[in-house]
Design a protein around this ligand. Structure first.
Ligand code: NDP
Ligand code: 2IT
Length: 449
């Protein structure tokens, strides 16, 4: 761990004290504070008026009961969360996650990361995140609908197109956004399209939003590879996960000439040396909602499934972790480095542990942190809000072109900021500082809020 600046130590201590037993939140804050030492050395005024302390404290945290009835008529209870982290740059913006591991610390870390990520997009969106410990696996459509309706019944009073605009995340895709939007519309009697993003194309969604996070991460890594005079063409690529982010990462990498040799879900991973058949993955995950093990069974020779284990043992040139936080450990990073990895692009939020990041950076591996590399999803959400506000709908090409420009700009901003602060090639530092400065400038202008 890097030593913190003496002005930042007490801030970290206070974050520990006030948010006990929230290790993911501590990890996310610590990483940003490690980068801020260089900022306050150059600009001590950024430490004035408890600005950094305020940025580490969410503006509002909402925790609520979500009662629903399963198909057998049994009443069940889950817990719902929305952490409205920072609204200096715009309405709170960030996804909703449904996963049994969700707790307030996880939502808080995600809301914190989201604040800087959203700032990096250059678009007018603040940071927030929400979710529930509800486990959608094995639930029928009707159960999912009743859960989403109950969740939105409480959440609706905290939302609004100028207040807080959720979208999807783990366990929340187009189907769930549809049910939540339907319930919001019913409760408010308003067709307020801009209150949620990731909507279906039939009722106000944006083209390219579904593809945006994976495509965006691919553009970011492509820009990073270009700084070393190389590209995805002919590279072996491993993408973890097989959800929304993973699928569209694979799609864009393939279109740029990369060969995807492995992907996964929470039970295990598949390896296909001929290159993953993405249509088959889409069929299994988007249509049938089955396990990735089905891939090896249906595809047959040339591919195999490994239950458990680590997908990072599969040799590759580029690794794109796109499942969940802390899925890539120090041990995994060592294996990747030994196998010759040259670049890592984080599609998920905080997938690499601090140890893993250190190992990559010490080995000279190009490393794109999630808060920069996966910003394409939320950026396209902001484009969806623009289309809703103007009652317009853009073509796929137009929307994707904006996404590409945004991602290449984020890459260049992170690289230029790292140079400016004396750490060329350190995208972690560049992303943290560039994101922080944008939020900090706005907060200062708004007074003590
Ligand atoms: P999905 O629910 O579509 O897919 C998640 C994938 O990750 C699944 O393959 C899932 O496997 C796997 N996974 C989830 N939790 C775990 C776990 N605890 N251990 C191992 N594997 C796990 O979610 P998304 O693709 O939307 O999100 C993936 C990541 O990307 C998350 O970190 C999310 O925060 C981040 N992200 C998402 C954006 C978006 O626009 N959707 C934008 C920016 C970041 P299984 O099915 O077995 O659970
Ligand atoms: O982590 C993320 O950036 C998301 N899940 C997308 C958020 C959004 O509002 O589109």
């Amino acid at each position: 761990m890097t030593q913190l600046d003496e002005k930042l130590e007490p801030i970290m201590a206070e974050v520990f004290r006030r948010n006990a037993a929230e290790p993911e939140f501590h990890q996310a804050v610590r990483e940003v504070l490690e980068s801020l030492g260089r900022v306050i050395a150059k600009r001590p005024d950024y430490a004035d008026d408890a600005l950094i302390e305020r940025i580490c404290e969410p503006e509002r945290q909402i925790i609520f009961r979500v009662p629903w009835t399963d198909d057998k008529g049994q009443v069940r209870i889950n817990r719902g969360f929305r952490v409205q982290f920072n609204s200096a740059l715009g309405p709170y913006k960030g996804g909703i996650r449904f996963h049994p591991s969700v707790n307030v610390g996880i939502i808080k870390f995600l809301g914190f990361e989201q604040t800087f990520k959203n700032a990096l997009t250059g678009l007018p969106i603040g940071g927030g995140k929400g979710g529930s410990d509800f486990d959608p696996k094995g639930r029928s459509d009707a159960e999912i609908m009743r859960f989403c309706q109950s969740f939105m019944t409480e959440l609706s009073r905290h939302l609004g197109e100028y207040t807080d605009v959720p979208a999807g995340d783990i366990g929340v895709g187009g189907r769930e956004i549809g049910y939540m939007f339907g319930q919001y519309k019913r409760l408010t009697n308003r067709y307020e399209a801009g209150v949620l993003t990731g909507k279906g194309l039939s009722y106000g969604g944006s083209r390219a939003r579904k593809e945006a996070t994976g495509y965006g991460n691919t553009y970011f890594v492509d820009s990073m590879l270009a700084t070393k005079g190389t590209s995805f063409d002919g590279k072996r690529v491993v993408v973890s996960g097989s959800g929304n982010v993973a699928i569209y990462t694979m799609e864009k990498v393939m279109s740029l000439g990369g060969r995807i040799v492995a992907c996964s879900d929470s039970n295990g991973y598949i390896v296909d040396e001929n290159g993953i058949d993405l249509d088959l993955v889409k069929e299994i995950k988007e249509v049938r909602r089955e396990r990735i093990s089905e891939y090896a069974r249906l595809r047959g020779t040339g591919s195999h499934y490994i239950a458990g284990g680590s997908i990072w043992d599969v040799p590759c040139d580029v690794a794109m972790p796109s499942a969940t936080q802390n899925e890539l450990t120090g041990k995994d990073a060592k294996a990747l480095v030994q196998n010759g990895v040259i670049a890592v692009g984080e599609g998920a939020n905080m997938p690499s542990t601090p140890d893993a990041i250190r190992i990559f950076q010490e080995a000279g591996v190009m490393f794109a942190p999630g808060k920069a590399a996966n910003a394409g999803g939320v950026a396209t959400s902001a484009l969806e809000m623009q289309q809703n506000a103007s009652r317009d709908s853009w073509t796929f090409e137009q929307t994707e072109a904006r996404l590409e420009t945004i991602m290449r700009n984020i890459h260049d901003t992170c690289a230029a900021t790292a140079d400016e602060y004396g750490a060329p090639g350190d995208y972690v530092l560049g992303a943290n500082i560039a994101g922080f400065v944008r939020v900090a400038e706005a907060m200062r202008a708004l007074g003590v809020i």
